[in-house]
Design a protein around this ligand. Structure first.
Ligand code: PEP
Ligand code: MG
Length: 288
């Protein structure tokens, strides 16, 4: 790639009216983190931690997790890294968190529900996150949050991990949640006091809003692109968030050039996409 293209990729993305939009990357490995940084990602908008330890039969201990989180933070070299706690269950089983057989795994014990059901495994992950948060700008993000009670329980466990790992709170630490369950979008105002940021998972939010399983090829016409119903939920969320809580989108529509102007019009100010798509999405922002 030419030097000009490279520096264009690294430059921040600003709309034609001068609104800066952070364009981050979704990563599931240290290699992807390096690729994302090379492609000019402004941050890691989503680290899918369940992919980091997928082939493990025993839960990774604190040190092992810390080493991987450190390597990802090093790849992003001072830029923010958003560590999503394990989003296991449903289509992403992890061997060390056995989930009982379920008739409808997408509606079952997955994401934060599964972590809260395994407090020892969850506490170890939060401890590793608390440690790396003392070294780099880290955001913690909880997946599949449905109720304020769940978010508060998760935050309490994070606070306990922070207390175990040192004194005081890392100044750069932010704590937020995925908005991927329609109930959370509809009741966004209730979550505002407990979230430093919202990040919309449009893959799941679309699945749950349209009752169309995300991987089902026969339903692709329902689950591809930004459905108007999902756009309305994002509008609601942005209105409830106001200027108190920034709203990001980290689902696949964040990389859809047709969806980008609509998302920005709703008030979304951060997008996070596959590492290879970062330059394209920055261009889409600059054209908006
Ligand atoms: C989403 O649901 O849109 C999302 C970003 O999370 P995942 O694809 O990992 O479920
Ligand atoms: Mg999801």
């Amino acid at each position: 790639r030419s030097q000009a293209a490279r520096s264009r990729a690294i430059e921040p993305a600003v709309t034609t009216t001068g609104v800066p939009i952070a364009v981050g990357a979704n990563v599931g490995s240290v290699e992807e983190a390096r690729a994302a940084a090379a492609n000019g990602a402004d941050l890691a908008g989503l680290v899918r931690t369940e992919f980091l330890f997928q082939d493990r039969t025993a839960a990774p201990d604190v040190d092992e997790q810390l080493a991987v989180y450190r390597a990802i933070a090093a790849a992003f070299d001072g830029r923010r890294v958003t560590l999503r706690t394990l989003d296991a269950g449903s289509d992403k089983p992890v061997p060390f968190l056995p989930a009982p057989p379920e008739a409808n795994p997408f509606l079952g014990v997955r994401g934060l529900r599964l972590s809260l059901a395994h407090p020892t495994v969850f506490a170890a992950q939060l401890q590793a996150i608390a440690l790396v948060a003392r070294e780099a700008p880290i955001s913690v993000m909880f997946p599949m949050v449905t109720t304020v009670g769940e978010l508060r329980r998760a935050r309490m466990m994070l606070d306990e991990a922070l207390a175990r790992t040192g004194s005081g709170r890392p100044a750069d630490l932010r704590v937020g949640m995925m908005v991927e369950v329609p109930a959370a979008a509809l009741r966004a105002a209730d979550f505002v006091p407990y979230a430093d940021f919202f990040s919309v998972g449009t893959n799941d939010l679309t699945q749950y809003t349209l009752a169309a399983e995300r991987g089902n090829a026969a339903l692709m016409s329902l689950s591809t692109g930004l459905d108007p119903s999902v756009a309305q939920l994002i509008d609601l969320l942005c209105r409830a968030a106001g200027d108190r809580v920034p709203v990001a989108v980290c689902g696949e529509v964040a990389a859809d050039e047709q969806a980008v102007p609509r998302l920005l019009a709703s008030g979304v100010r951060q997008l996070s996409v596959a590492p290879a798509l970062v330059p394209l999405v920055k261009q889409a922002v600059r054209a908006t």
